[in-house]
Design a protein around this ligand. Structure first.
Ligand code: SF4
Ligand code: SF4
Length: 503
Protein backbone atom coordinates (compact mmCIF):
# COMPACT_ATOMS: atom_id res chain seq x y z
CA UNK A 1 0.00 0.00 0.00
CA UNK A 2 1.28 3.42 -0.85
CA UNK A 3 0.57 6.09 1.68
CA UNK A 4 2.19 8.86 -0.27
CA UNK A 5 0.59 10.42 -3.26
CA UNK A 6 2.90 9.34 -6.07
CA UNK A 7 3.64 5.80 -7.21
CA UNK A 8 7.18 4.52 -7.12
CA UNK A 9 9.21 1.38 -7.35
CA UNK A 10 10.01 -0.35 -4.11
CA UNK A 11 11.16 -3.75 -3.02
CA UNK A 12 8.49 -6.32 -2.28
CA UNK A 13 7.06 -6.05 1.23
CA UNK A 14 8.23 -2.45 1.60
CA UNK A 15 5.28 -0.13 1.40
CA UNK A 16 5.31 3.55 1.23
CA UNK A 17 3.37 5.41 3.85
CA UNK A 18 1.30 8.47 3.04
CA UNK A 19 4.18 10.85 3.11
CA UNK A 20 5.16 13.01 0.23
CA UNK A 21 5.09 13.74 -3.43
CA UNK A 22 7.88 13.28 -5.88
CA UNK A 23 10.03 15.99 -7.32
CA UNK A 24 11.64 19.09 -6.04
CA UNK A 25 9.67 20.58 -3.20
CA UNK A 26 8.92 24.26 -3.16
CA UNK A 27 10.85 26.57 -0.94
CA UNK A 28 9.04 27.29 2.27
CA UNK A 29 6.21 29.70 1.74
CA UNK A 30 7.87 33.04 1.75
CA UNK A 31 5.28 34.76 3.87
CA UNK A 32 5.13 32.17 6.58
CA UNK A 33 7.83 33.25 8.95
CA UNK A 34 7.80 29.99 10.83
CA UNK A 35 10.88 28.13 11.87
CA UNK A 36 11.20 24.54 10.76
CA UNK A 37 10.23 22.79 13.93
CA UNK A 38 10.37 19.05 14.44
CA UNK A 39 7.55 16.89 15.96
CA UNK A 40 7.55 13.48 17.71
CA UNK A 41 5.32 10.94 19.53
CA UNK A 42 4.61 7.19 19.36
CA UNK A 43 1.45 5.65 20.70
CA UNK A 44 -0.08 2.29 21.42
CA UNK A 45 -3.40 2.78 19.71
CA UNK A 46 -5.44 5.55 18.18
CA UNK A 47 -7.37 5.95 21.41
CA UNK A 48 -4.36 6.00 23.70
CA UNK A 49 -2.68 9.32 24.35
CA UNK A 50 0.46 9.67 22.24
CA UNK A 51 3.61 9.66 24.26
CA UNK A 52 7.11 10.85 23.53
CA UNK A 53 9.60 8.27 22.28
CA UNK A 54 12.82 7.60 24.16
CA UNK A 55 15.51 10.12 23.40
CA UNK A 56 17.65 7.48 21.69
CA UNK A 57 14.87 6.71 19.24
CA UNK A 58 14.46 10.36 18.42
CA UNK A 59 17.98 10.62 17.14
CA UNK A 60 18.31 7.22 15.44
CA UNK A 61 19.22 8.55 12.05
CA UNK A 62 22.15 8.54 9.67
CA UNK A 63 22.88 10.67 6.66
CA UNK A 64 20.62 8.75 4.26
CA UNK A 65 18.05 7.14 6.56
CA UNK A 66 16.01 7.71 9.67
CA UNK A 67 14.26 4.84 11.44
CA UNK A 68 11.20 5.21 13.64
CA UNK A 69 8.51 2.96 15.06
CA UNK A 70 4.85 3.32 15.93
CA UNK A 71 2.26 0.86 17.20
CA UNK A 72 1.55 0.13 13.54
CA UNK A 73 5.05 -1.13 12.96
CA UNK A 74 8.49 -0.06 11.80
CA UNK A 75 9.05 2.82 9.42
CA UNK A 76 11.90 4.25 7.40
CA UNK A 77 12.49 7.80 6.19
CA UNK A 78 14.66 7.88 3.08
CA UNK A 79 16.23 11.30 3.41
CA UNK A 80 16.69 11.96 -0.30
CA UNK A 81 13.20 12.90 -1.39
CA UNK A 82 11.61 12.71 2.08
CA UNK A 83 10.15 9.27 1.30
CA UNK A 84 8.60 7.26 4.10
CA UNK A 85 8.08 3.49 4.07
CA UNK A 86 6.62 0.81 6.27
CA UNK A 87 9.15 -1.93 6.95
CA UNK A 88 8.66 -5.59 7.80
CA UNK A 89 10.49 -6.58 11.02
CA UNK A 90 13.43 -8.23 9.26
CA UNK A 91 14.11 -5.16 7.15
CA UNK A 92 13.69 -2.89 10.17
CA UNK A 93 16.44 -4.86 11.90
CA UNK A 94 18.59 -4.61 8.77
CA UNK A 95 18.04 -0.87 8.63
CA UNK A 96 19.05 -0.53 12.28
CA UNK A 97 22.24 -2.46 11.55
CA UNK A 98 22.97 -0.27 8.55
CA UNK A 99 22.48 2.87 10.62
CA UNK A 100 24.89 1.54 13.23
CA UNK A 101 27.45 0.66 10.53
CA UNK A 102 27.49 4.02 8.78
CA UNK A 103 26.84 5.72 5.44
CA UNK A 104 28.22 2.96 3.17
CA UNK A 105 25.96 0.38 4.81
CA UNK A 106 23.01 2.75 4.54
CA UNK A 107 23.59 3.11 0.81
CA UNK A 108 23.98 -0.66 0.42
CA UNK A 109 20.67 -1.20 2.19
CA UNK A 110 18.92 1.32 -0.02
CA UNK A 111 20.35 -0.33 -3.11
CA UNK A 112 19.27 -3.78 -1.93
CA UNK A 113 15.76 -2.52 -1.23
CA UNK A 114 15.67 -0.89 -4.66
CA UNK A 115 15.10 2.48 -3.04
CA UNK A 116 18.34 4.25 -3.83
CA UNK A 117 17.73 4.65 -7.53
CA UNK A 118 14.00 5.07 -7.27
CA UNK A 119 14.36 8.78 -7.10
CA UNK A 120 17.51 10.67 -8.10
CA UNK A 121 18.90 13.36 -5.83
CA UNK A 122 16.14 15.91 -5.51
CA UNK A 123 17.97 18.92 -4.16
CA UNK A 124 20.34 20.56 -6.61
CA UNK A 125 23.67 21.91 -5.39
CA UNK A 126 23.12 25.06 -7.40
CA UNK A 127 19.88 26.89 -6.72
CA UNK A 128 20.83 30.12 -8.48
CA UNK A 129 18.66 33.16 -7.75
CA UNK A 130 14.99 32.18 -7.81
CA UNK A 131 12.51 34.85 -8.94
CA UNK A 132 11.27 37.09 -6.14
CA UNK A 133 7.55 36.55 -5.64
CA UNK A 134 7.14 37.97 -2.14
CA UNK A 135 8.10 41.15 -0.34
CA UNK A 136 7.68 42.04 3.33
CA UNK A 137 7.41 45.79 3.81
CA UNK A 138 8.79 47.06 7.11
CA UNK A 139 6.33 49.94 7.06
CA UNK A 140 6.79 51.13 10.66
CA UNK A 141 10.16 51.17 12.34
CA UNK A 142 8.69 51.67 15.77
CA UNK A 143 6.26 49.94 18.08
CA UNK A 144 3.94 50.80 20.95
CA UNK A 145 4.89 47.64 22.88
CA UNK A 146 8.20 46.78 24.48
CA UNK A 147 8.45 42.98 24.22
CA UNK A 148 11.65 41.79 25.86
CA UNK A 149 12.40 39.13 23.24
CA UNK A 150 11.78 41.26 20.14
CA UNK A 151 14.35 40.46 17.42
CA UNK A 152 13.54 43.82 15.82
CA UNK A 153 14.20 45.82 18.96
CA UNK A 154 10.75 47.34 18.55
CA UNK A 155 11.32 47.88 14.85
CA UNK A 156 14.53 49.90 15.07
CA UNK A 157 16.70 46.76 14.58
CA UNK A 158 19.27 48.06 17.01
CA UNK A 159 19.64 51.43 15.30
CA UNK A 160 18.85 54.74 16.93
CA UNK A 161 15.04 54.72 17.18
CA UNK A 162 13.37 56.20 14.12
CA UNK A 163 9.84 57.40 14.53
CA UNK A 164 8.91 57.78 10.90
CA UNK A 165 7.19 55.08 8.90
CA UNK A 166 8.08 54.03 5.37
CA UNK A 167 7.27 56.73 2.84
CA UNK A 168 4.79 56.26 0.01
CA UNK A 169 7.49 56.44 -2.66
CA UNK A 170 9.26 53.43 -1.13
CA UNK A 171 6.06 51.40 -0.75
CA UNK A 172 5.01 52.21 -4.30
CA UNK A 173 8.42 51.27 -5.70
CA UNK A 174 8.32 47.99 -3.79
CA UNK A 175 4.94 47.05 -5.23
CA UNK A 176 6.05 48.08 -8.71
CA UNK A 177 9.18 45.94 -8.46
CA UNK A 178 7.27 42.93 -7.16
CA UNK A 179 4.50 43.13 -9.72
CA UNK A 180 6.83 44.02 -12.58
CA UNK A 181 8.93 40.92 -12.00
CA UNK A 182 6.09 38.41 -12.32
CA UNK A 183 4.46 36.89 -15.36
CA UNK A 184 0.69 37.01 -15.82
CA UNK A 185 -1.03 34.26 -13.85
CA UNK A 186 1.61 34.25 -11.11
CA UNK A 187 0.87 35.09 -7.47
CA UNK A 188 2.38 38.19 -5.86
CA UNK A 189 2.72 38.04 -2.09
CA UNK A 190 2.90 41.19 -0.04
CA UNK A 191 3.31 41.29 3.74
CA UNK A 192 3.19 44.25 6.11
CA UNK A 193 5.47 44.13 9.11
CA UNK A 194 7.27 46.39 11.54
CA UNK A 195 7.56 47.46 14.36
CA UNK A 196 3.81 47.66 14.55
CA UNK A 197 2.41 48.10 11.04
CA UNK A 198 -0.91 49.51 12.23
CA UNK A 199 1.03 52.57 13.39
CA UNK A 200 1.37 53.22 9.65
CA UNK A 201 -2.27 52.48 8.83
CA UNK A 202 -2.65 54.99 6.01
CA UNK A 203 0.37 53.63 4.16
CA UNK A 204 -0.76 50.04 4.68
CA UNK A 205 -4.13 50.75 3.14
CA UNK A 206 -2.79 52.79 0.26
CA UNK A 207 -0.20 50.15 -0.62
CA UNK A 208 -2.83 47.40 -0.39
CA UNK A 209 -5.13 49.14 -2.82
CA UNK A 210 -2.29 50.08 -5.14
CA UNK A 211 -1.04 46.47 -5.19
CA UNK A 212 -4.55 45.22 -5.92
CA UNK A 213 -4.89 47.54 -8.91
CA UNK A 214 -1.40 46.75 -10.20
CA UNK A 215 -1.97 43.00 -9.94
CA UNK A 216 -5.35 43.27 -11.67
CA UNK A 217 -3.75 45.18 -14.56
CA UNK A 218 -1.07 42.51 -15.02
CA UNK A 219 -3.32 39.50 -14.48
CA UNK A 220 -1.63 38.47 -11.23
CA UNK A 221 -3.15 36.94 -8.14
CA UNK A 222 -2.42 38.77 -4.89
CA UNK A 223 -1.94 37.36 -1.41
CA UNK A 224 -1.72 39.81 1.49
CA UNK A 225 -0.43 39.24 5.00
CA UNK A 226 -0.07 41.30 8.15
CA UNK A 227 1.70 40.59 11.41
CA UNK A 228 0.38 42.80 14.19
CA UNK A 229 0.17 43.13 17.94
CA UNK A 230 -3.52 44.07 17.43
CA UNK A 231 -3.48 46.78 20.09
CA UNK A 232 -4.48 49.41 17.51
CA UNK A 233 -6.85 47.23 15.52
CA UNK A 234 -10.21 48.88 14.80
CA UNK A 235 -13.52 47.58 13.45
CA UNK A 236 -12.78 49.47 10.26
CA UNK A 237 -9.38 47.76 9.98
CA UNK A 238 -11.03 44.37 10.35
CA UNK A 239 -13.51 45.19 7.59
CA UNK A 240 -10.64 46.33 5.36
CA UNK A 241 -8.65 43.15 5.98
CA UNK A 242 -11.71 40.99 5.28
CA UNK A 243 -12.49 42.89 2.08
CA UNK A 244 -8.96 42.44 0.76
CA UNK A 245 -8.59 38.85 1.98
CA UNK A 246 -5.67 39.25 4.37
CA UNK A 247 -3.97 36.55 6.39
CA UNK A 248 -3.57 38.32 9.73
CA UNK A 249 -1.17 36.97 12.34
CA UNK A 250 -1.61 38.33 15.85
CA UNK A 251 1.34 38.03 18.21
CA UNK A 252 -0.04 37.00 21.59
CA UNK A 253 1.68 34.89 24.20
CA UNK A 254 -1.10 33.17 26.10
CA UNK A 255 -2.77 33.96 29.41
CA UNK A 256 -3.19 37.56 30.58
CA UNK A 257 -0.53 37.47 33.30
CA UNK A 258 2.11 35.85 31.12
CA UNK A 259 1.32 37.94 28.06
CA UNK A 260 1.49 41.15 30.07
CA UNK A 261 4.86 40.18 31.53
CA UNK A 262 6.24 39.47 28.05
CA UNK A 263 4.38 42.05 25.99
CA UNK A 264 4.10 45.25 28.07
CA UNK A 265 3.06 48.59 26.64
CA UNK A 266 5.81 51.15 26.31
CA UNK A 267 5.22 53.45 29.23
CA UNK A 268 3.83 50.67 31.41
CA UNK A 269 0.91 48.29 31.72
CA UNK A 270 0.01 45.09 29.95
CA UNK A 271 -1.46 44.66 26.49
CA UNK A 272 -3.62 41.54 26.86
CA UNK A 273 -6.89 43.25 27.81
CA UNK A 274 -6.45 45.83 25.08
CA UNK A 275 -5.92 43.10 22.47
CA UNK A 276 -8.82 41.00 23.67
CA UNK A 277 -11.13 43.99 23.46
CA UNK A 278 -10.19 44.49 19.81
CA UNK A 279 -10.04 40.90 18.57
CA UNK A 280 -13.76 40.06 18.24
CA UNK A 281 -14.18 42.44 15.32
CA UNK A 282 -11.42 40.62 13.46
CA UNK A 283 -12.27 37.07 14.45
CA UNK A 284 -15.96 37.50 13.63
CA UNK A 285 -15.12 38.47 10.06
CA UNK A 286 -13.21 35.28 9.27
CA UNK A 287 -14.87 33.58 6.34
CA UNK A 288 -16.52 36.73 5.00
CA UNK A 289 -16.49 37.11 1.24
CA UNK A 290 -13.48 39.07 -0.03
CA UNK A 291 -12.77 40.75 -3.34
CA UNK A 292 -13.04 38.33 -6.29
CA UNK A 293 -10.02 36.07 -6.55
CA UNK A 294 -8.84 36.78 -3.01
CA UNK A 295 -8.82 34.28 -0.16
CA UNK A 296 -11.10 34.86 2.79
CA UNK A 297 -9.77 36.59 5.89
CA UNK A 298 -7.87 34.19 8.12
CA UNK A 299 -6.67 35.19 11.58
CA UNK A 300 -3.90 33.23 13.29
CA UNK A 301 -2.16 33.71 16.62
CA UNK A 302 1.53 33.16 17.27
CA UNK A 303 3.11 32.52 20.63
CA UNK A 304 6.80 33.24 21.12
CA UNK A 305 7.76 30.54 23.60
CA UNK A 306 10.09 31.68 26.38
CA UNK A 307 11.37 29.93 29.52
CA UNK A 308 8.46 31.60 31.32
CA UNK A 309 5.98 29.40 29.44
CA UNK A 310 5.39 26.58 31.88
CA UNK A 311 1.97 25.42 30.65
CA UNK A 312 2.12 25.87 26.91
CA UNK A 313 -0.87 23.68 26.14
CA UNK A 314 -3.08 25.90 28.28
CA UNK A 315 -1.75 28.99 26.51
CA UNK A 316 -2.41 27.49 23.07
CA UNK A 317 -5.90 26.36 24.10
CA UNK A 318 -6.65 29.83 25.48
CA UNK A 319 -5.97 31.28 22.03
CA UNK A 320 -7.82 28.53 20.19
CA UNK A 321 -10.76 29.28 22.48
CA UNK A 322 -10.73 32.91 21.38
CA UNK A 323 -11.56 31.79 17.84
CA UNK A 324 -8.32 31.98 15.86
CA UNK A 325 -8.24 29.81 12.74
CA UNK A 326 -4.77 28.62 13.71
CA UNK A 327 -2.38 28.96 16.63
CA UNK A 328 1.36 28.45 16.17
CA UNK A 329 4.37 28.63 18.42
CA UNK A 330 7.98 29.65 17.82
CA UNK A 331 10.75 29.44 20.39
CA UNK A 332 12.53 32.55 21.59
CA UNK A 333 16.13 31.86 20.55
CA UNK A 334 17.81 35.23 20.10
CA UNK A 335 16.28 37.49 22.77
CA UNK A 336 18.78 39.95 24.17
CA UNK A 337 17.35 39.27 27.64
CA UNK A 338 18.71 35.83 28.62
CA UNK A 339 15.72 35.24 30.91
CA UNK A 340 13.48 35.31 27.84
CA UNK A 341 15.66 33.10 25.65
CA UNK A 342 15.51 29.28 25.57
CA UNK A 343 18.80 28.27 27.18
CA UNK A 344 21.00 25.53 25.73
CA UNK A 345 19.74 23.25 28.49
CA UNK A 346 16.11 24.18 27.94
CA UNK A 347 15.32 22.49 24.63
CA UNK A 348 14.24 19.14 26.09
CA UNK A 349 11.60 20.90 28.18
CA UNK A 350 10.59 22.99 25.17
CA UNK A 351 10.19 19.85 23.05
CA UNK A 352 8.16 18.15 25.76
CA UNK A 353 5.80 21.11 25.95
CA UNK A 354 5.32 21.37 22.19
CA UNK A 355 4.84 17.61 21.89
CA UNK A 356 2.22 17.87 24.64
CA UNK A 357 0.28 20.36 22.51
CA UNK A 358 0.79 18.26 19.38
CA UNK A 359 -0.50 15.17 21.18
CA UNK A 360 -3.68 17.02 22.15
CA UNK A 361 -4.08 18.04 18.51
CA UNK A 362 -3.48 14.47 17.33
CA UNK A 363 -6.00 13.07 19.81
CA UNK A 364 -8.58 15.47 18.44
CA UNK A 365 -7.77 14.44 14.87
CA UNK A 366 -8.06 10.77 15.79
CA UNK A 367 -11.43 11.45 17.45
CA UNK A 368 -13.16 13.41 14.72
CA UNK A 369 -10.76 13.97 11.81
CA UNK A 370 -11.42 17.73 11.89
CA UNK A 371 -8.25 19.88 11.84
CA UNK A 372 -10.29 23.00 12.63
CA UNK A 373 -11.30 21.63 16.03
CA UNK A 374 -7.76 21.94 17.44
CA UNK A 375 -5.82 24.08 14.94
CA UNK A 376 -2.26 23.73 16.24
CA UNK A 377 -0.44 25.08 13.20
CA UNK A 378 2.97 23.55 13.94
CA UNK A 379 1.65 20.00 13.73
CA UNK A 380 -0.91 20.56 10.98
CA UNK A 381 1.62 22.34 8.76
CA UNK A 382 4.22 19.64 9.38
CA UNK A 383 1.76 16.86 8.52
CA UNK A 384 0.85 18.64 5.31
CA UNK A 385 4.49 19.10 4.35
CA UNK A 386 5.39 15.51 5.16
CA UNK A 387 2.52 14.29 3.02
CA UNK A 388 3.75 16.44 0.14
CA UNK A 389 7.23 15.03 0.61
CA UNK A 390 8.72 18.46 1.10
CA UNK A 391 12.46 18.53 0.68
CA UNK A 392 14.21 21.84 0.68
CA UNK A 393 17.72 23.18 0.11
CA UNK A 394 16.98 26.15 2.41
CA UNK A 395 14.87 26.57 5.53
CA UNK A 396 12.57 29.18 3.99
CA UNK A 397 12.24 31.58 1.11
CA UNK A 398 14.47 34.26 2.67
CA UNK A 399 16.74 35.70 -0.02
CA UNK A 400 15.23 33.29 -2.52
CA UNK A 401 11.60 34.02 -3.42
CA UNK A 402 11.24 36.42 -0.53
CA UNK A 403 12.91 39.70 0.48
CA UNK A 404 12.39 42.19 3.30
CA UNK A 405 12.13 45.87 2.41
CA UNK A 406 13.42 48.38 4.96
CA UNK A 407 11.69 51.73 5.44
CA UNK A 408 14.48 53.38 3.44
CA UNK A 409 14.07 50.95 0.53
CA UNK A 410 17.03 48.66 1.25
CA UNK A 411 16.43 45.01 0.30
CA UNK A 412 17.38 42.31 2.79
CA UNK A 413 17.14 38.52 2.99
CA UNK A 414 13.99 38.75 5.09
CA UNK A 415 12.20 40.94 7.61
CA UNK A 416 14.56 39.80 10.38
CA UNK A 417 17.68 40.89 8.49
CA UNK A 418 16.65 44.54 8.11
CA UNK A 419 19.75 46.63 8.84
CA UNK A 420 22.19 43.74 8.34
CA UNK A 421 24.59 44.63 5.51
CA UNK A 422 25.79 41.01 5.22
CA UNK A 423 22.30 40.03 4.06
CA UNK A 424 21.53 43.13 2.02
CA UNK A 425 20.84 42.60 -1.69
CA UNK A 426 20.52 46.05 -3.20
CA UNK A 427 17.71 48.53 -2.89
CA UNK A 428 14.58 49.59 -4.69
CA UNK A 429 16.36 52.40 -6.53
CA UNK A 430 19.16 50.33 -8.09
CA UNK A 431 17.39 47.00 -8.07
CA UNK A 432 18.07 43.57 -6.61
CA UNK A 433 21.77 42.71 -6.34
CA UNK A 434 21.55 39.18 -7.70
CA UNK A 435 25.29 38.62 -7.43
CA UNK A 436 25.19 39.20 -3.68
CA UNK A 437 21.94 37.28 -3.36
CA UNK A 438 23.26 34.29 -5.30
CA UNK A 439 26.47 34.18 -3.26
CA UNK A 440 24.51 34.35 0.01
CA UNK A 441 22.11 31.61 -1.06
CA UNK A 442 24.94 29.37 -2.27
CA UNK A 443 26.67 29.71 1.07
CA UNK A 444 23.44 29.12 3.01
CA UNK A 445 22.55 25.96 1.02
CA UNK A 446 21.98 23.04 3.38
CA UNK A 447 24.65 21.03 1.54
CA UNK A 448 27.23 23.65 2.60
CA UNK A 449 26.12 24.00 6.21
CA UNK A 450 27.65 21.83 8.92
CA UNK A 451 26.67 19.52 10.41
CA UNK A 452 23.56 19.79 8.24
CA UNK A 453 25.12 18.10 5.21
CA UNK A 454 25.17 14.79 7.09
CA UNK A 455 22.01 15.24 9.20
CA UNK A 456 19.04 12.98 8.46
CA UNK A 457 16.68 15.94 8.93
CA UNK A 458 18.41 18.17 6.38
CA UNK A 459 15.75 18.26 3.68
CA UNK A 460 12.90 18.68 6.16
CA UNK A 461 14.69 21.33 8.21
CA UNK A 462 16.68 23.05 5.48
CA UNK A 463 19.47 23.99 7.90
CA UNK A 464 17.52 26.09 10.41
CA UNK A 465 16.34 29.68 10.25
CA UNK A 466 19.27 31.69 8.82
CA UNK A 467 18.76 34.50 11.30
CA UNK A 468 18.66 32.23 14.32
CA UNK A 469 21.64 30.16 13.17
CA UNK A 470 23.74 33.25 12.47
CA UNK A 471 22.84 34.84 15.82
CA UNK A 472 22.59 31.78 18.04
CA UNK A 473 24.30 28.87 16.29
CA UNK A 474 22.76 25.41 16.05
CA UNK A 475 21.84 24.90 19.70
CA UNK A 476 18.36 23.75 18.70
CA UNK A 477 19.26 20.78 16.46
CA UNK A 478 18.25 17.99 18.85
CA UNK A 479 15.01 19.84 19.42
CA UNK A 480 14.42 20.16 15.67
CA UNK A 481 15.16 16.49 15.05
CA UNK A 482 13.03 15.47 18.02
CA UNK A 483 10.13 17.48 16.68
CA UNK A 484 10.49 16.11 13.16
CA UNK A 485 10.67 12.59 14.51
CA UNK A 486 7.47 13.25 16.44
CA UNK A 487 5.80 14.58 13.31
CA UNK A 488 6.83 11.50 11.33
CA UNK A 489 5.31 9.23 13.99
CA UNK A 490 2.17 11.31 14.14
CA UNK A 491 1.92 11.18 10.37
CA UNK A 492 2.28 7.41 10.34
CA UNK A 493 -0.43 7.02 12.98
CA UNK A 494 -2.84 9.47 11.42
CA UNK A 495 -2.41 8.18 7.90
CA UNK A 496 -3.42 4.75 9.17
CA UNK A 497 -6.33 5.85 11.31
CA UNK A 498 -7.54 8.88 9.35
CA UNK A 499 -6.43 8.52 5.72
CA UNK A 500 -9.11 10.99 4.68
CA UNK A 501 -7.01 13.73 6.28
CA UNK A 502 -4.47 13.26 3.51
CA UNK A 503 -6.83 12.71 0.61
S1 SF4 B 1 22.06 19.87 11.72
FE1 SF4 B 1 21.18 21.34 10.26
S2 SF4 B 1 19.58 20.16 9.17
FE2 SF4 B 1 20.05 19.03 11.06
S3 SF4 B 1 18.57 19.78 12.58
FE3 SF4 B 1 20.44 21.05 12.78
S4 SF4 B 1 20.01 22.86 11.50
FE4 SF4 B 1 18.56 21.24 10.87
S1 SF4 C 1 15.47 33.42 7.80
FE1 SF4 C 1 13.86 34.98 8.03
S2 SF4 C 1 12.08 34.17 6.86
FE2 SF4 C 1 13.55 32.47 7.15
S3 SF4 C 1 12.77 31.40 8.96
FE3 SF4 C 1 14.35 32.89 9.64
S4 SF4 C 1 13.23 34.78 10.17
FE4 SF4 C 1 11.87 33.47 8.96
Amino acid sequence: MSRQGAPMQAAAAITRIPVSAIGRGPLRSALSATTALPTASPTASPSAPPTAPPAAARTHGGSALHRFDTAAGAHLLVVDGSRVYDLPPAEAAAADRALAAGPAAEQALLARLNLAAARPAVVDDDIGTPPVTALALNIAEHCNLGCGYCYADGGSFGQAPRREAMGWAVAQAAVDRLVGGLAPGATARLAFMGGEPLLARALLRRATEYAGEACARRGLRLQLALTTNATRLTDDDAAFFAHHGFAVTVSLDGSAALNDRLRPRRGGGGSHAQVLARLPALLARQGEAALPGRPRLRASARITVTPLHRALRGDVEHLIGLGFAAVGVAPSLVAADAALRIADGGFAELLAQIVDVADACERQLLRDGKPDAYPFANLLDALRELHRGTHRPLPCGAGAGYLGVAADGALHACHRFIGDDAARFGDLGRGIDDQARGAWLAQRHVHRQQPCASCWARYLCGGGCHHEVLHRGRAACDFIRGWLDHCLRSYARLSDARPELFG
